[in-house]
Design a protein around this ligand. Structure first.
Ligand code: HH2
Length: 288
């Protein structure tokens, strides 16, 4: 399946890795890590060498309770880095819910818009920008905003309701003139979901593929992984690997992760298992 992005296209019938580059002082896992454009460029180059297919740049933390940032401040955080990394051989995605930030970044070479509000924060303005620029669009599911989202976790059938709400956002995007080929859908792990609901969404991920567009997941180091492993964010990569492997098996195509090298290996092994062919008869050993 083709994912059409600004000035290009990606083959989303293969697995794609989106490496996370947070330029925020307060992200839950890597906040404050890349103080200047130079260290961010170094991190971006490393992720590309490790096998990232896309770099996702963000200037505002989306974690529950995160303080909002003005558009001007967000632009100041991301634009200098974008100008450095746009020369790398992979497309850059901008993780923002603000049309001003999205426009500034798309004009400076970003090719994808990753909107964690699923076009709800900005309404038609963001949709019009995506239509006009031909950018790729990630429509993620979230209820409310970082301040309110964890009070909006009342679902009957979580996978069914998240699918239904994403289908409405997809219909809205279509009504605004965005082409299906531009769109990727994301259940929004960790956004207005309890820990348990994230596990249900992963288990029932196949239902999302029925919406007809590639599915992206972002389980990386999130607190639902900490809820079962008891580990701090930076020590959640083995737990993330399990979620990535399971999501692959359930049909996800695009993986938003912090640890690109490790998750590339995980996905290579998943692919080898799924594409393996039987060679000869299975040997059944009778243990008696
Ligand atoms: N998760 C985060 C941010 N952006 N985008 C998509 N499409 N899907 C996700 O699951 C997703 C996302 C949150 O993770 P992170 O960027 O590591 O943290 P923070 O928001 O604190 O910067």
């Amino acid at each position: 399946m083709i994912w059409s992005i600004r000035n290009g296209r990606l083959d989303a019938s293969k697995t794609l890795i989106m490496g996370v580059l947070n330029l925020t002082p307060d992200s839950f896992s890597d906040g404050g890590r890349y103080a200047g454009a130079a260290s961010a460029l170094e991190a971006a180059e490393k992720m590309v060498l490790e096998g990232a297919d896309i770099l996702d740049v963000g200037g505002e933390s989306t974690r529950p309770g995160a303080a909002p940032v003005s558009a001007a401040e967000e632009i100041d955080r991301v634009l200098p880095v974008l100008k450095q990394i746009r020369a790398l051989p992979v497309p850059v995605s901008i993780d923002t819910t603000k049309p001003e930030v999205a426009r500034a970044c798309l004009e400076e070479g970003a090719q994808i818009l990753n909107d964690v509000s699923g076009l709800t924060d900005s309404g038609p303005e963001m949709a019009e920008l995506v239509r006009e620029t031909g950018a790729g669009l990630v429509i993620m599911h979230r209820r409310g905003n970082p301040q309110t989202m964890q009070q909006q976790t009342q679902y009957g059938d979580v996978a069914g309701e998240v699918c239904g709400e994403l289908a409405q956002r997809l219909a809205f995007a279509r009504d605004c003139g965005i082409r299906d080929e531009q769109i990727v859908l994301d259940p929004g792990l960790g956004f207005s979901k309890t820990a348990e609901q994230n596990f249900v969404l992963l288990r029932e991920l196949e239902r999302f593929a029925l919406l007809g567009r590639p599915v992206l997941v972002g389980p990386s180091r999130k607190s639902f992984i900490g809820s079962v492993t008891g580990r701090e964010p930076a020590a959640r990569d083995y737990g993330t690997a399990a979620a990535v492997a399971f999501a692959y098996w359930r049909g996800a195509k695009i993986f938003r992760v912090h640890q690109v090298a490790a998750m590339r290996d995980v996905l290579k092994v998943c692919e080898a298992i799924c594409h393996s062919r039987e060679s000869g008869n299975p040997v059944i050993v009778d243990p008696r």
